[in-house]
Design a binder for this molecule. Structure first.
Ligand SMILES: [Zn+2]
Length: 287
């Protein structure tokens, strides 16, 4: 079933959002597909509503269900805004990453606590003073982003992985590059020399846009390969990334669902993300 709605305030339909691949929801029963429009354009795809452990969860395939959107062409603002219109206040954003250390080989699960932005062409704010299609004008606003991930969401992800005997790397830095190409050896060695842990292409601006809407956001980063500077072979290949992701998607899904079940209720949040907009005049009405 496909429903179409405009992405403005409406009755909450879900309280947790998952931005990730179609492998996370495709086998769920009773999935409702909703097509959404936002003041920022269309999200990557329809949103798929389902239920996990009594929680209503909305899945959004980040690259589109046919994986047709490269990281730099994803409409991150529309994706995050659309989830908020459904009533969502907490987002988990699993992603595939490259390991920057020998010990972070394929199959390692990292729950980072820091992020470095090395993207180049992406809009990374809602508060840029540009008039929206509905006539409202957002104010310029500067939010704290010292701690980019929700501590509650991170703790839920770490505990969920441990509960499934998959000891995660608790903390570390995800560096986000523009892509779609992988890093050169020199770039990769430089990233590693900074002490950063893993490298990906989608973790930013997803995280900051969630923060700008007062949403909780955390990620589960699955290492699919050693990045060019950390391995000694021919470098990263796309096929290898897809193969390792496919091998691990089932246990990642299990951990993700356990984390969803452990998140607080929508109105019981008590983290820095829930207070991110306190005292701030953004100039736009949030859905
Ligand atoms: Zn939070």
């Amino acid at each position: 079933m496909v429903e179409t709605s405009s992405a403005r305030a409406q009755t909450p339909q879900a309280d947790i959002g998952v931005i990730g691949g179609s492998g996370f929801y495709s086998f769920l029963d009773d999935v409702t597909e909703i097509s959404l429009e936002t003041p920022y354009g269309r999200p990557s795809d329809s949103v798929f509503l389902g239920e996990i452990a009594g929680r209503r969860v909305a899945f959004l395939p980040r690259h589109g269900r046919k994986h047709h959107l490269p990281p730099h062409r994803i409409n991150y603002r529309a994706n995050v805004w659309a989830l908020r219109t459904l009533g969502i206040r907490q987002i988990l954003g699993p992603c595939a990453v490259g390991g920057l250390r020998q010990e972070f080989g394929p199959g390692t699960l990292v729950v980072p606590d820091q992020l470095v932005d090395r993207t180049k062409s992406r809009v990374q704010t809602f508060y840029d003073g540009e008039t929206l299609s509905d006539g409202s004008i957002p104010n310029v606003a500067h939010l704290s982003f010292a701690d980019p991930y929700c501590p509650t969401g991170r703790a839920a992800a770490v505990a969920a992985a441990r509960g499934r005997d998959w000891e995660p790397v608790d903390g570390g830095t995800l560096v986000v590059v523009e892509g779609p190409r992988f890093s050169t050896r020199a770039e990769s060695l430089w990233h590693a020399a900074q002490g950063w842990s893993v490298v990906g292409m989608t973790g930013h601006p997803e995280a900051v846009l969630a923060r700008e809407l007062g949403l909780c956001y955390s990620t589960l980063a699955l290492v699919t390969d050693l990045d060019a500077g950390a391995e000694t072979g021919a470098g990263v290949s796309h096929d290898e990334v897809l193969r390792v992701f496919a091998e691990n998607v089932e246990r990642l899904r299990t951990v993700l669902f356990d984390a969803v079940a452990a998140l607080p209720e929508r109105n019981a949040r008590d983290c820095l993300c829930s207070k991110a907009l306190d005292g701030l005049d953004t100039g736009i009405e949030l859905p």
